[in-house]
Design a protein around this ligand. Structure first.
Ligand SMILES: *[C@@H]1O[C@H](CO)[C@@H](O)[C@H](O)[C@H]1NC(C)=O
Ligand SMILES: *[C@@H]1O[C@H](CO)[C@@H](O)[C@H](O)[C@H]1NC(C)=O
Ligand SMILES: *[C@@H]1O[C@H](CO)[C@@H](O)[C@H](O)[C@H]1NC(C)=O
Length: 439
């Protein structure tokens, strides 16, 4: 049993090895970056093993040892062991495959600085190409204006055995050799060896023949073409119709567009955000030195602050105009020629003019509130109509007797009321069924 498992594991790992590591018989296309990584790491480890594991290295014995160690097999193996990180299978495969090349280079070359990269990756492993060449046979990258891709792009596969060799141009450049400007760029400078492109102004509808708004070949939204001037930013805020902003907002022109912002709450229309930038004031406000001020509370519209500047008086608030000033009429009045109940124009409902011309309260209890068990209380301008104690209004409005336990709870309510609330004129009448009529 044990033997079988071990055997299977061995077979599996062999299979894995076979799949993961390319067979030496084929000519493998090694990845340039992998190879370059190895040579970089080689240089690093070469430097690290310089001292051969000794700290100072100044005894005779050490010097002799180091001389032998410098280009020894021991040192090479030490470096090779550390060339790949644990999981880098491609690296392990390449080193395994080409260990002999590394040994060859190690023996033949006395100087560690002779380029291992060129010798190994370009010339022998053929994983990389010299700079500015590409592909399996290291063909030249396209040269424009004396530089690869005119110096304005990269050659695909540059320095490797891969790629297409085509230029991929920097932003703003195009063409097989990156020798032209893209449609949204213009030629800022050009000579036989050099071209430089700059992006067109934002105000252009993409294309232009030079810098600024005057060289646009069409205008972006929010710009108008003006002969001789080019694209000019439209000031949408100057537009009459349709209004650039909705009521209660003001307009700010920005390049190629405009924005609307809320007016101060005192304004209906405005030029800016402050209360003193109103063009038109909100209802019952008046523009005073650029600021919207509230009209006097007795006014309905005004031409200035104070009750003397009302356009009309607010009748709903019981106001009337007396010698150009809005005053608050006495409560019994409906319109007045002055203060007090003796100056009413007419009496309010619930009041009646007496012989002296004064509006007096009408005692409605003389005629109202006559149902059985009803109790009437006259008030200023009105009356209260309630049920007697021990009675309450039913849905039809009649006063009906309270049931026994209802009485108890009502009495309790009254007691609570008397205890906690401010004294009431008619505590006994605070029973349910209260009807207050105000005219
Ligand atoms: C090749 O190009 C690489 C990357 O651009 C650069 O680091 C290297 O110095 C170049 N080599 C030569 C020999 O010019
Ligand atoms: C072209 O312009 C570039 C950049 O200004 C300059 O370095 C180069 O010498 C110029 N070449 C010629 C031939 O004028
Ligand atoms: C910008 O150009 C395109 C293509 O010519 C055109 O369809 C579009 O209407 C232009 N836009 C403006 C705002 O003129």
């Amino acid at each position: 049993m044990k033997w079988t498992m071990w055997h299977e594991a061995a077979v599996l790992s062999c299979l894995f090895f076979f799949l993961a590591w390319p067979s030496p018989a084929e000519s493998v296309q090694w990845n340039c970056a992998t190879c370059k990584g190895i040579t970089d790491r080689f240089a690093e480890k070469y430097a690290e093993t310089e001292k051969g594991g000794f700290g100072g290295g100044n005894t005779d014995w050490e010097e002799t040892y180091l001389k032998e160690y410098r280009r020894s097999e021991v040192r090479l193996l030490e470096i090779i062991e550390q060339l790949c990180t644990k999981d880098n299978h491609a690296c392990h495969a390449l080193v395994e495959e080409h260990e002999e090349l590394l040994e060859e280079w190690w023996k033949k070359d006395e100087s560690p600085h002779t380029n291992l990269y060129k010798w190994l990756c370009i010339d022998h492993v053929k994983a990389c190409c010299p700079n500015n060449t590409w592909g399996p046979s290291c063909r030249d990258c396209p040269v424009g204006r004396e530089k690869v891709c005119s110096g304005r792009g990269k050659c695909d596969g540059d320095g490797t055995r891969e790629g297409t060799g085509a230029c991929s141009c920097d932003k703003g450049y195009q063409g097989a050799l990156c020798e032209q400007c893209t449609v949204d760029h213009y030629e800022e400078y050009k000579n036989t060896t050099h071209v430089s492109c700059k992006v067109c102004h934002y105000g252009c509808n993409i294309t232009c023949k030079g810098p600024g708004l005057e060289n646009c070949l069409g205008c972006h939204t929010g710009y108008n073409y003006v002969q001789g001037q080019g694209c000019i930013d439209i000031d949408e805020c100057q537009r009459e119709t349709p209004a650039p902003c909705p009521q209660g907002m003001y307009c700010v022109n920005i390049v190629g567009a405009h924005k609307c912002f809320q007016c101060n709450e005192a304004c209906d229309e405005c030029y800016g955000p402050e209360a003193n930038e109103c063009k038109k004031c909100r209802d019952n406000h008046v523009l005073v030195e650029g600021s919207c001020e509230e009209c006097d509370p007795l006014c309905k519209g005004c031409t200035g602050v104070g009750p003397e500047n009302c356009v009309k008086c607010d009748v709903g608030k019981g106001a009337d105009m007396v010698e150009g000033v809005c005053i608050e009429c006495a409560r019994p009045c409906h319109g007045c020629n002055g203060p007090g109940p003796e100056n009413c124009k007419r009496c309010r409902m619930g009041y009646k003019q007496n012989k002296e011309g004064i509006c007096e309260d009408v005692d409605e209890c003389q005629s109202m509130c006559r149902l059985q068990h009803e109790v009437c209380t006259n008030t200023m301008g009105g009356y209260d109509c309630e049920c007697e104690e021990g009675y309450k209004k039913n849905p039809r409005g009649d006063c009906v007797m309270l049931l026994k336990d209802e009485v108890a709870s009502e009495v309790k309510k009254v007691n609570m009321f008397e205890k906690y609330m401010k004294p009431n004129k008619h505590p006994k009448k605070m029973l349910t069924g209260k009807l207050r009529v105000e005219l």
